[in-house]
Design a protein around this ligand. Structure first.
Ligand code: PHE
Length: 344
């Protein structure tokens, strides 16, 4: 047998180039480098040669062998890295699938839906009114005439649009109370309104952002009293914060309610004992009160016959006050940081 090493080398290299997949690579390996492969045959066949010839040929064959081995391992890693190989495909098929990520509703949307559901059980009807509205509905109809100092509290954004002689300027609604008179003008009595909407004020710190959400309840019927207001608030607080949460009405002053209250609940962090967060054991939730007769009049309702209550609270605020959530900076809710949002 004539041992043409160069020819074999050329042949092996060519075949290796054509073996683009793992099966072909292993066939190539068996053919050239396997136990019964050509290189071994070559080695076996030189046993009859003279010692010098044997030595020389042995060297050449071993060099060929190590070259081919190197070529093979390079080809193997190349093929593996481009993952074309059907063997690899088969292997991947057996791996567990990668689950597509499923998103979820934003924390605020979840809270809005929950608040909506609680009030729906009491027969409240969810409505929405413009997020950009006339000064008239935001202030004037709510017993706050133009230039009344109480307006300052609402840190209002004014929209650069022409003023209307009767309705005034255009504002970004600074509270959902702007829906009260709109509802009175539109809806039939009795009214059980739940207005959840986006509001805007010029403010930003740990507890305030320029854009936030409020939910506003408005009930108007014959004989509505503070007891009804308390009953509804208790229902909300017990459902949203839990039965152990106590609340109190603290006298306050809003131009559109009389009497007016601020509603406090026992602190969710310390259970009302008093801590660094709440100081005296109570935390303030939001405003409430009995609808002012002037507001009823603005809505075309006779205050001699009808009475009502209203309350307006921040969605984010009640969310942050819920025990167990422990969000200490309202701005986190608006940053769209996935690491934060994914936790809820
Ligand atoms: N609109 C008031 C606020 O934004 C809250 C409020 C609503 C108070 C309804 C009384 C009645 O602070």
């Amino acid at each position: 047998m004539k041992l043409d090493i160069d020819k074999l080398r050329a042949e092996a290299e060519k075949e290796l180039r054509d073996a683009g997949v793992h099966e072909k690579l292993s066939a190539w390996y068996s053919k050239f480098l396997g136990k019964k492969g050509i290189v071994r045959n070559f080695l076996a066949s030189i046993s009859d040669l003279s010692p010098e010839e044997k030595k020389e040929m042995g060297k050449k064959i071993n060099l060929l062998k190590s070259d081919l081995e190197k070529l093979y391992s390079d080809a193997f890693s190349l093929v593996s890295s481009i993952k074309k190989d059907s063997q690899i495909t088969e292997f991947y098929k057996t791996l567990p699938g990668k689950r597509p990520e499923v998103g979820h509703l934003h924390l605020i949307t979840q809270a809005i839906r929950e608040i909506d559901a609680v009030f729906a059980r009491l027969g409240f009807v969810r409505v929405r009114y413009p997020e950009v509205d006339w000064d008239y509905f935001a202030f004037e109809a709510l017993n706050m005439p133009k230039a009344h100092p109480a307006r300052d509290e609402w840190e209002t954004f004014f929209v650069d649009l022409p003023e209307d002689p009767k309705m005034g300027k255009v504002v970004v609604t600074p509270h959902t109370s702007s829906g009260q008179v709109r509802e009175m003008l539109k809806a039939e009595l009795p009214i059980r309104m739940l207005n959840i909407s986006r509001c805007g004020r010029r403010q930003i710190d740990l507890n305030h952002v320029p854009t936030f959400y409020q939910f506003e309840g408005l009930v108007i019927d014959r004989g509505i009293s503070i007891s009804h207001l308390k009953g509804v608030l208790e229902y909300l607080i017990h459902n949203f914060f839990g039965k152990d949460t106590k609340f109190r009405l603290r006298p306050y002053d809003f131009r559109f309610t009389e009497p007016s209250f601020e509603v406090d609940v026992t602190c969710g962090l310390c259970g009302g004992k008093g801590c660094r967060f709440c100081k005296g054991g109570w935390v303030e939730l939001g405003g409430a009160g009995m609808v002012h007769p002037n507001v009823l009049k603005a809505g075309g309702i006779d205050p001699e016959v009808y009475s009502g209550f209203a309350f307006g609270w921040g969605v984010e605020r009640v969310l942050m006050m819920r025990s167990g959530i422990k969000i200490d900076d309202i701005r986190l809710l608006f940053e769209n940081n996935m690491k934060f949002l994914e936790q809820f």
